[in-house]
Design a protein around this ligand. Structure first.
Ligand SMILES: *[C@@H]1O[C@H](CO)[C@@H](O)[C@H](O)[C@H]1NC(C)=O
Ligand SMILES: *[C@@H]1O[C@H](CO)[C@@H](O)[C@H](O)[C@H]1NC(C)=O
Ligand SMILES: *[C@@H]1O[C@H](CO)[C@@H](O)[C@H](O)[C@H]1NC(C)=O
Length: 443
């Protein structure tokens, strides 16, 4: 593995209304106010005063309620040679909580050796949310393994904090209570045996604890789950999917869950790209509780949220089906009930392409979501060209099988009036099958 034990902090000031809130476009390249790609993988969100802080992993060294205008802060925690957070160690999933008793910010993270053999947590503290944090040490909580973890502060008078962690070779999931300093855990509260859950977050709603977690499949995505209990000690109920199972949580892994209102929380996930971890993307979606008292992700291509009022809005786009386009070369129609309208265009690339005509544009850079299916285990990519202009390349993560369709966003200039968008021209590799595109005016 190729990690650098470095954690970064970003800050964002809340905007005052939904219409002022910047759009959230899951899967796009997110940049900070200096234009640099945000490195905050496996991260967590903390609100202090009117500022939101996002702490996460810097993976570049490998090879709000606006909440989208992020300014890079200090390095929150940097490697210390000769310790468990040296440059040859693994430091992942930082989560920062505020301890009122000590007026201190406490960071917990997954602290490991380069072969993941140590299976520890690390703790660091700071007087400001951005740090720099002072490293206190790494240890096995209650002398058991801890791998992908999270933390939770309850709403009781004492603001009791908990460590949520995958343990026992990732087989059992555990919850342990922290002491009042938040420096250590004192008591095992719950064990969820043989659950193979990891990378958790908790949202409490109407007194019910909702524990979100992925399953343990390494970097590969899986169908993340929610389980509920009336007490952190359990009993915990059955696993429920938060997205259609075959989408593998829209190719993402839970990292944090941020409540917005009584019925809405933000699902925050990572779309890992193991060969190029710094290029992993952030997948943030609204998650809405339904009549069954269970939350489901709304797979919004483009959306906004106002944390002040709890309002969120999912942009409506205009859909153009690929099969209505002009096919050339070996490109041909493929039928599958998973495709919108039952049909997609396959054999794109290697001489095949499809041109979607009469796409209405606004004379602006606009988000377009490309819905595609790519059943093999590798990532594909395709070229996109508007009105015969130069091509941009877009990555297409594998969709995992059958007629499973995912979308990737591209921001591209459309002239006012009609445009033609050609997918796959001039590319020598096969692209994924193209189901449809959805064009947004909300930027
Ligand atoms: C945490 O508490 C345990 C006792 O529950 C103790 O053995 C251990 O040394 C403590 N670890 C740290 C880092 O303080
Ligand atoms: C695919 O569906 C289209 C209708 O959308 C139909 O015309 C065509 O015959 C079907 N092709 C195959 C191979 O089933
Ligand atoms: C596009 O995908 C092909 C495999 O289909 C790969 O060989 C190529 O490196 C990819 N190109 C880019 C720019 O990622």
């Amino acid at each position: 593995m190729f990690y650098k034990a470095s954690l970064l902090a970003f800050a964002s000031i809340a905007s005052s209304s939904l219409s002022n809130a910047a759009v959230i476009v899951p899967g796009a390249t997110w940049t900070d106010t200096s234009g640099n790609v945000i490195q905050a993988h496996g991260g967590g969100i903390l609100k202090a005063g009117s500022t939101w802080y996002w702490h996460g992993e810097d993976k570049t060294h490998n090879s709000v309620p606006d909440l989208m205008t992020w300014t890079r802060q200090n390095d929150a925690l940097t490697p210390i040679s000769g310790t468990s957070i040296s440059t040859s160690n693994i430091v992942e999933r930082p989560k920062v909580i505020y301890n009122r008793n000590n007026a201190e910010y406490v960071m917990w993270f997954h602290s490991d050796s380069s072969n993941y053999g140590a299976a520890q947590v690390g703790v660091a503290t700071a007087k400001s949310a951005c740090g720099p944090f002072s490293y206190r040490g790494s240890f096995r909580p209650l002398n058991v393994e801890s791998r992908d973890m999270g933390v939770y502060v309850d709403d009781d008078a004492a603001q009791t904090a908990y460590l949520l962690f995958a343990s026992d070779n990732n087989q059992n999931f555990k919850i342990a209570r922290m002491d009042s300093s938040y420096y250590n855990v004192t008591t095992l509260v719950s064990t969820i045996p043989r659950s193979t859950l990891e990378s958790p977050g908790i949202v409490k709603r109407n007194g019910v604890y909702h524990l979100f977690a992925s399953k343990t499949t390494g970097w590969d995505p899986n169908a993340n789950k929610v389980i509920t209990a009336n007490s952190l000690a359990g009993p915990w109920g059955a696993e429920n999917d938060i997205a259609p199972r075959a989408t593998r949580t829209y190719f993402s892994q839970n990292t944090f869950n941020l409540p917005v209102s009584n019925n809405v929380a933000v699902y925050m996930g990572d779309r890992w790209r193991p060969q190029q971890l710094g290029g992993s993307r952030y997948i943030w979606y609204p998650m809405v509780w339904g009549n069954n008292n269970l939350p489901t992700i709304v797979p919004a291509d483009v959306w906004r949220v106002d944390f002040g009022t709890g309002a969120h809005i999912v942009a409506a786009g205009t859909t153009y089906e690929a099969e209505r386009g002009t096919l050339s070369g070996p490109a041909r129609l493929l039928n599958n009930t998973g495709f919108s309208g039952g049909t997609a265009v396959g054999y794109i690339g290697n001489g095949g392409s499809v041109t979607i005509n009469n796409v209405q544009g606004n004379g602006a850079d606009q988000w377009i979501s490309f819905y595609y299916a790519n059943a093999d285990s590798g990532w594909r990519n395709t070229t996109i060209s508007v009105n015969g202009g130069s091509a941009v390349r877009v990555d297409q993560p594998n969709t995992g099988g059958g007629g499973v369709v995912l979308s990737v966003p591209v921001k591209i200039f459309l002239r006012s009036g009609v445009n033609s968008i050609t997918v796959g021209a001039g590319q020598s590799n096969y692209a994924a099958d193209l189901d449809k595109i959805v064009v947004y005016t909300d930027t």
